[in-house]
Design a protein around this ligand. Structure first.
Ligand code: GLV
Ligand code: MN
Ligand code: MN
Length: 417
């Protein structure tokens, strides 16, 4: 593991046990986790997290969008806190570490400070952001987006899932529509530890990624409306097949992505086919579209090459009406050089091999960075696989990430104001 000049070590056995314990909440038969945002399973995960925080002496508050903040007081309570955390919600067939690593490593930082009797200069707040994943209500980064003022609270509360349940109702139902205002408060900095979710660190044998920023994204909702009709009796000339129209759009998304080389990303990940009966021509298809690229200008170019009118024209050739709605877009977000330097120094002090890296995934850190100095730490994951039940990391990798988080947070919280 290399030189370790500090005897202030996080406890990997405790962290690993806590990770495995949380992963039982929503565990799937294939070894993954299904803990969709604002479901009863999410509530159980949140309740467990809250209990662990309280046991560690942290004061937990919840804001109106369900973000949870667990505070450890500093020597000077008037100084803005250093924040760190991630998210506890998962994809429908997610893994044990996407999000959970950052939150529970944050808890381990707090526990280690308690054990060592360290009082930091600034207060510290560990955050569990609401619905980072975006797989239930259409928008990702819900909690951090409202906190950062990117989205009005009312707009997000009104979003619905596929069953028509609103974010507001779901928050009430699980008891996490908190009393605190859902908006940014003065804070000194934000650090987020996360698995890389890609193959680079593992392939190059690095233990730590010093994340320089996250790539630009644009997300859409699409609805294709044709006509349900009998599969056996409707001749080709009379068909208005919404799935055939959607397939054309999917092929277009794939082509646009490939036109932008190895850095381009274009995905249709959600498709709802109605009435979804094998002998009915689908009359309605609802689907998602997203594009990403590290260069904001490229995402803007992609958006230009995917105009709603042209997409609708492709569908019209199948006798289908297609509506494309842009949900959100954000530019590539660079992280703060001073916070990144703390991560780099921490990795070097611990003797961990590290490299700079751009995040392919979206993270709450993207929106938080609009308000306060922010940095992210990546650890490798097996075969770069994530958003998959087989997502996996080694305890050594979790230990390195958590130790770097500990050192970076401590350095920032004790810096001379
Ligand atoms: C979230 O994991 C995303 O990158 O969309
Ligand atoms: Mn994540
Ligand atoms: Mn994710």
């Amino acid at each position: 593991m290399g030189a370790q000049p500090t005897n202030q070590r996080i406890d990997i056995v405790r962290l690993w046990d806590t990770l495995q314990d949380l992963a039982r909440i929503g565990a799937t038969s294939k070894g993954g986790v299904r803990r969709l945002a604002l479901t009863d399973i999410d509530r159980s995960g949140r309740d467990r997290f809250r209990a662990l925080c309280q046991k560690a002496g942290l004061a937990v508050r919840v804001d109106a969008i369900g973000n949870m903040f667990a505070r450890r007081e500093g020597r000077d309570p008037t100084r803005p806190p250093v924040l760190f955390g991630s998210h506890l919600d998962t994809q429908p067939s997610g893994g044990k570490f996407d999000g959970a690593l950052g939150v529970l490593a944050g808890l381990e930082v707090m526990r280690t400070l308690n054990e060592l009797g360290i009082v930091t200069e600034t207060p510290l707040e560990l955050v569990n952001w609401t619905d980072e994943e975006g797989s239930r209500f259409g928008y990702s980064l819900l909690g951090s987006g409202v906190w950062a003022g990117v989205y009005p609270l009312e707009q997000i509360q009104a979003l619905t899932d596929l069953e028509g349940i609103t974010v507001g109702a779901a928050l009430e139902a699980i008891g996490y529509a908190g009393k605190a205002a859902a908006k940014a408060f003065p804070a000194d900095a934000y650090f987020e530890l996360h698995i890389e979710q890609g193959p680079i660190l593992e392939a190059e044998g690095h233990q730590i990624g010093i994340v320089t920023g996250a790539q630009a994204q644009i997300w859409y909702d699409a609805v294709a409306l044709g006509q349900d009709s009998h599969a056996g009796t409707t001749p080709p000339s009379a068909r208005r097949d919404a799935l055939v129209a959607a397939a054309r759009v999917i092929a277009l998304v794939n082509r646009i992505m490939r036109d932008h080389g190895e850095d381009g990303r274009g995905t249709v990940g959600q498709l709802v086919v109605l009435p979804n009966s094998r002998n009915v021509i689908p009359g309605e298809v609802r689907f998602s579209v997203e594009f990403r690229h590290p260069d904001t200008a490229e995402v803007l170019r992609i958006a230009e090459s995917f105009p709603p009118a042209a997409v609708a024209a492709a569908a019209a050739e199948c006798g289908v009406k297609l509506e494309l709605t842009e949900l959100f877009r954000y530019a590539a977000q660079p992280f703060d050089p001073a916070c990144m330097a703390l991560v780099e120094e921490a990795a070097a002090r611990c003797g961990y091999s590290a490299r700079k890296i751009v995040s392919g995934a979206g993270h709450d850190a993207v929106y938080v960075a609009r308000h306060i100095p922010t940095a992210m730490i990546f650890t490798p994951c097996k075969d770069g696989l994530s958003h998959n039940e087989a997502e996996s990391i080694d305890p050594d990798q979790a230990e390195a990430g958590c130790q770097v988080l500990f050192e970076a947070v401590l350095a920032r919280a004790n810096r001379v104001a």
